[in-house]
Ligand binder design. Structure first.
Ligand code: FPP
Length: 245
């Protein structure tokens, strides 16, 4: 059952991850199990986005990053791609007022400018309207791919070095991080993938270097406030050693 109403009643764990990212997988299988079209699974997935973003806020997470559309998702049938764009528009139109009111800063990572012009305009307007907020960050990954993000970072650094503006030896971890799309987000602490698949699928590869990885069987549309609380709780019970003992 979805734990929508329980969002504010979950006990807040003692050790909170600052930044949680989620690969929202399993919409198609959720629909197939109900003999529904895949689009119905994505629609239910948007409900889960709403539930989980509210729960993340109630818990006090500083940042939540959601993988909504990968740079590989263009390979899906055209009607599924346009359906996902439609759902993104639906989400922004219906939830932007709440995000503004709740002091959420909406951010986008990925090459979203490749989306249709009306989606780009809507996304940019939404980001702009929450830009002055000071609260938690909701980052949505749109046409995002980690390898492309790293290639772009490498190109910018190389161009700066070639122009004489930077010593190549000065390119270190911090210099790369300053070029990443997540530069304004806290370090990634916990990366969750739903639906039982155990892959990163080109999501936040650099940022996941020291993140705790959690793979859960739950299909994304069934993932609710209680599941997020359980994931955060599991994070709190793990010992992070960062290569030490
Ligand atoms: C994976 O399920 C899910 C996606 C590719 C899209 C995720 C998008 C949403 C939840 C809706 C739009 C997002 C926002 C932020 C409004 P799948 O289709 O790969 O599932 P399957 O592996 O079971 O087929």
């Amino acid at each position: 059952m979805m734990a929508t109403a329980a969002a504010t009643h979950q006990p807040v764990p003692e050790v909170l991850p600052r930044h949680v990212a989620i690969i929202m997988d399993g919409n198609g299988r959720w629909a197939a199990r109900r003999h529904l079209p895949r689009a119905a699974g994505h629609r239910a997935g948007v409900e889960a986005v709403r539930t989980v973003t509210r729960a993340a806020r109630a818990m006090g997470l500083e940042a939540l990053t959601l993988y909504a559309f990968s740079s590989e998702n263009w390979r899906r049938p055209e009607d599924e791609v346009s359906g996902l764009m439609g759902l993104l528009k639906f989400f922004i139109r219906h939830d932007l007022a709440e995000l503004v009111r709740e002091n959420v800063r909406l951010r986008v990572i990925g090459d979203y400018r490749r989306f249709p012009a009306d989606v780009v305009a809507l996304v940019e307007d939404a980001v702009e309207r929450t830009a002055a907020n000071t609260g938690p960050i909701l980052a949505i990954a749109l046409n995002y791919g980690a390898q492309a993000e790293l290639v772009a970072a490498a190109q910018r650094l190389a161009a700066r070095a070639a122009a004489g503006g930077m010593d190549p030896a000065a390119i270190d971890v911090d210099a790369v991080e300053r070029e990443l799309e997540t530069r304004e987000l806290p370090p990634l602490d916990l990366l969750i993938r739903t639906s039982g698949e155990q892959r990163l699928s080109n999501f936040l590869l650099w940022q996941a270097a020291y993140a705790e990885l959690l793979f859960v069987e739950t299909l994304w549309p069934d993932f609710g406030a209680a599941d997020l609380a359980a994931a955060v709780d599991a994070f709190g019970r793990r010992q992070r050693r960062y290569g030490g003992l």
